[in-house]
Design a protein around this ligand. Structure first.
Ligand code: HEC
Ligand code: HEC
Ligand code: HEC
Ligand code: HEC
Ligand code: HEC
Ligand code: HEC
Ligand code: HEC
Ligand code: HEC
Ligand code: HEC
Ligand code: HEC
Length: 308
């Protein structure tokens, strides 16, 4: 508990510094009317605005108030430790006095519905950059997929992570190929709820394929398939060098064991070559089911040809 509290405090100290420097930068950028300040996420027309408090917003936006009141965002800070900018509406929408005085002029408040993907991400990241430091370099963001493509602070369907829809449906909405993969006869049971997309992917991160990996492609597979990790006295080289995906399709397959090929022998021969193979084995059918003899195909401590 204590270390949790300390972590929280640290997180908030960091967030405070982030917001503070953000405000200073925004003010500085306001002075110059170049393209950079156009692209910055400075509040449109809200430089002289001050914080009015969520109760004021409630008078005209009762629905939005009720939506936020029940979510993780209502008390976004250690209660009462800081000003209005830390909780309620204005922690996301910015100071609202100008907007209120103008009777609800929406150019005088930060509106997520009209902001650019970059402005949105920057705004959310003023508080969430600690947990998602690489988001701006992710495949998602560089393809204009931003925080509110997946999250909705007001209208979430999945309250846990304030998601617009439950996963995997959320993901399938944009990734039709993945939907097809997981419908194949042999598949990791994501649709059945046994495994999540997020067991293998981190959608906020910047690694290739948004994968949750360390230095080698396969780190994530070992989390659940520890017996394949080795090290083995006799390694089957591609398992280490090319990774699991050289023989398996990780999502799903029409072939047993999620294999890339219908016939195991064709897959083996793609790398070992028919000629090398033919010099060692004759072409009789008894040699066609390679893994009948070479059983320990992921590596072995006993046999250099993976017989056991
Ligand atoms: C006097 C009534 C009034 C108050 C008080 C008020 N608003 Fe508004 N607000 C409006 C109206 C009216 C609109 C719609 C303007 C339009 O559609 O052109 C609006 C629009 C907005 C929008 C833009 C919505 C969009 O289209 O994306 C946001 C965000 C917003 N208000 C936030 C706030 C916040 C935060 C507060 C408190 C700081 C607040 N409002 C206080 C009347 C009010
Ligand atoms: C965590 C950040 C956050 C907080 C806190 C927040 N909003 Fe929003 N607001 C958003 C986002 C993002 C949208 C765009 C719609 C969405 O994704 O839910 C939005 C949309 C709106 C809209 C446009 C209409 C709509 O429902 O889409 C209004 C008006 C609004 N907010 C007012 C408020 C008021 C009033 C409060 C306080 C009670 C508030 N917001 C608190 C982020 C926030
Ligand atoms: C003023 C700071 C602040 C801003 C701005 C902010 N958040 Fe948050 N957010 C928090 C805090 C604090 C929590 C509470 C959960 C926690 O302890 O991390 C939270 C919770 C969340 C959660 C739920 C996490 C969970 O574990 O269930 C999501 C998702 C989220 N925020 C997304 C967003 C998005 C998207 C935006 C921009 C529209 C945004 N936040 C803007 C501070 C903020
Ligand atoms: C492609 C969809 C997608 C995008 C884009 C996205 N998220 Fe998420 N986010 C998720 C999903 C799904 C989860 C649920 C847990 C997980 O997969 O990590 C989540 C979890 C979270 C959490 C809670 C868990 C944690 O790791 O702290 C926060 C906070 C959050 N997202 C904030 C953000 C912010 C801020 C942005 C933009 C900078 C963003 N997300 C962009 C899909 C997305
Ligand atoms: C068992 C781990 C695992 C799960 C679960 C998983 N993925 Fe993947 N996914 C991978 C790996 C590994 C790759 C990279 C494949 C490659 O390099 O050949 C990948 C690649 C992808 C790609 C890139 C396109 C492609 O096929 O190469 C997308 C998009 C994707 N996954 C989306 C999803 C979605 C959406 C879900 C959940 C419905 C999901 N993944 C669940 C492991 C997984
Ligand atoms: C709003 C649409 C949208 C949603 C929702 C979405 N994605 Fe994506 N995703 C994209 C786009 C666009 C790209 C980048 C283009 C591409 O490679 O397909 C991408 C890229 C990816 C990649 C890397 C693909 C590659 O080839 O490198 C993975 C993995 C991925 N998304 C997984 C997920 C998962 C898991 C979810 C659900 C939590 C999700 N996405 C939700 C639109 C989306
Ligand atoms: C979160 C745990 C988890 C992760 C991560 C994971 N798997 Fe699996 N995998 C399973 C489970 C559980 C099964 C059992 C299949 C079933 O019955 O649904 C399975 C089955 C398989 C099978 C088929 C086994 C059979 O008997 O048909 C292969 C091949 C496989 N996984 C490869 C991989 C690869 C490659 C990766 C990394 C990209 C990976 N797995 C990541 C949990 C995981
Ligand atoms: C050189 C090709 C190849 C590579 C690389 C490979 N596999 Fe396999 N894998 C196979 C074959 C062939 C089978 C089926 C064996 C059989 O039918 O007896 C299999 C079966 C499996 C199975 C199910 C049966 C069992 O032994 O548990 C799992 C799980 C599995 N592989 C996981 C992985 C993981 C995780 C990786 C990456 C570390 C990986 N494989 C890399 C060829 C490979
Ligand atoms: C992605 C390419 C690839 C695939 C697919 C593949 N292998 Fe290999 N295999 C290799 C490489 C590379 C070596 C190491 C060869 C060396 O050291 O000269 C190797 C080594 C071996 C060895 C050890 C003997 C030796 O030459 O060192 C056996 C036995 C073997 N493979 C059998 C199989 C079988 C059976 C399959 C099919 C289930 C298979 N391999 C699939 C690439 C592959
Ligand atoms: C009936 C059992 C059996 C089957 C089935 C079998 N092999 Fe072998 N394989 C062997 C034996 C025995 C050796 C060792 C030969 C030697 O050292 O003279 C061997 C050796 C190998 C080697 C190592 C060659 C070297 O350089 O030492 C490779 C590669 C190989 N097999 C690939 C395959 C492939 C690919 C298949 C399927 C198309 C396959 N084997 C099917 C029994 C089998």
């Amino acid at each position: 508990m204590r270390s949790g509290a300390v972590t929280k405090t640290l997180r908030w100290t960091a967030a405070f510094i982030a917001i503070f420097s953000f405000a200073v930068m925004a003010a500085a950028q306001q002075q110059s009317s170049n393209a950079v300040s156009q692209a910055s996420s400075a509040l449109p027309g809200a430089t002289s605005a001050t914080y009015v408090g969520s109760d004021t917003c409630k008078t005209c936006h009762a629905d939005q108030y009720t939506q936020i009141e029940i979510t993780q965002h209502w008390n976004t800070n250690l209660k009462g430790a800081a000003g209005q900018q830390w909780h309620g509406c204005e922690s996301c929408h910015g100071p609202g006095s100008a907007h209120v005085e103008a009777g609800g002029d929406k150019t005088k408040i930060f509106a997520f519905t009209t902001a650019t993907p970059a402005q949105i991400a920057q705004r959310c990241l003023t508080c969430h950059s600690n947990t998602h430091p690489n988001f701006l370099r992710s495949d998602h963001f560089t393809n204009n997929v931003t925080c509110i493509s997946c999250h909705s602070p007001h209208h979430a369907q999945d309250q846990d992570f304030l998601l617009k829809a439950k996963t995997p449906q959320l993901c399938y909405g944009c990734h039709n190929d993945a939907r097809a993969d997981f419908n194949r006869p042999f598949h990791h049971r994501v649709n059945e709820g046994l495994i999540q997309c997020s067991d293998c992917h981190n959608v906020h991160d910047s690694r290739p394929k948004q994968a949750k990996l360390n230095t080698t492609q396969d780190q994530i597979c070992f989390k659940c398939h520890a017996d394949k990790r080795g090290p083995f006295t006799f390694e089957h080289l591609p398992v280490k060098t090319e990774g699991c995906s050289s023989c398996h399709t990780p999502h799903g397959s029409n072939n047993q064991r999620l294999l890339r090929r219908t016939d195991v022998n064709n897959m083996c021969i793609e790398c070992h070559g028919l000629s090398t193979f033919a010099t060692l084995h004759n072409q009789s059918t008894k040699y066609q089911a390679c893994t009948l003899c070479h059983v320990a195909i992921h590596g072995s401590n006993f046999s250099n040809i993976f017989f056991r």
